[in-house]
Design a protein around this ligand. Sequence first.
Ligand code: MRU
Length: 418
Amino acid sequence: MTTLEAIKYVRGELQVLDQLKLPHEFVYDNVSTCEQAFDCIKSMRVRGAPAIAIVAALALAVELEHKKDGRKCTTQKADTIKYINSKLDYLMGSRPTAVDLSNAIKRLKKKSAATAANSLTSDQTLACADIRLSYIEGAEKILEDDLTTNLAIGRYGAEYLRRQQMPVLSPVDDADSLRYFTTSPPGTQGAPDRTYRKLSVLTHCNTGSLATSGHGTALGIIRSLYKMNYLDTAYCTETRPYNQGSRLTAFEMVFEKIPSTLITDSMAGALFSRMKEEKNISAVIVGADRVARNGDTANKIGTYSLAVLARHHNIKFVVAAPTTSIDLFTESGDSIKIEDRAQTELMQISGAVVGKDGKVDVNNTARVAIADQRINVWNPSFDVTPHLLIDAIITEKGEVVRSSKGTFNFKSIMPERW
Ligand code: MRU
């Protein structure tokens, strides 16, 4: 295997990597119905805002593809639209916080309705087939667009972070050269190359290939930093309670040989105060489940605490998100619905058993209680970082930097949606 894929799709067939089994087992589940997709999302076998939307959209595409010549084929245009809408409404109930799912659903409903309205054929069976095909193509486009978007976010993010670095003035001696990179910044043709210290970043949760169609958002920026030779170390938090950082991000980093170090969430303050200078820790980079119109950002629980710490230590706090995660209909973070999850996520943990010889037995996994099972638990899955703590939001259309007035001018990157 050369690339990590959370989602494998060819028309009529969808396979989803079971992320609850990672990093010990690599198992793909077939998802051929919306009910299976709902269950897969709800149980977090697939997770991450873009991946959730893609799996939901494609599961219905698979169902519709199989209906093509099946007995259950509906013959009225209105029935087909009703069927599509009801399945999408059902999928909408799987996880509420990320806007990607509701955006994908709106986009697909609109496309199907437009195909129905524009269909000229009087043959209802043909018209239904047109609607189904239009839906399938729309869902496939969501998958395709996500990868292009992430690659652009990666490039813009890496360049944004490079621009925050001061060139080093004194020549770098050879022994130290691995800690530096030399580049001619884009748009400065003819200017002499400049030398910079490689930079380190901290990321939270998992925003990589496993959370998207590939490359990732925040982790996509880290991938790009690494490919451009700008990266010293990527730190990743464990991300309690569900450990997306230690189970998934650590796995992605090791898989891609990105220089990386795992910390618990509670170590971030110590990391910033003790290692900022030595490792040139330049930014905290996180993804987003929903960015409100004012820039407030909902993301994995613990993001807000990292933003406060970053501000205290004068470290940039950067959100990486596709423009589809910017929800212009939500004025501020106060209106974002935060998903509460099961108490067991805090009280129990899954893992592979470690033998007396220290070896991990991947065939022997267990769920273990780590707290008194009678304790009350509060388990919000996400928190909201106020926009004033965010320095920049990197999208596929470029960066939006917080202005001196504390605002984010999203109109500059998406005037058509304003
Ligand atoms: O609960 P999860 O694992 O779905 O939460 C994921 C996150 O919070 C991610 O940071 C976010 O969805 C962005 S993924 C590109």
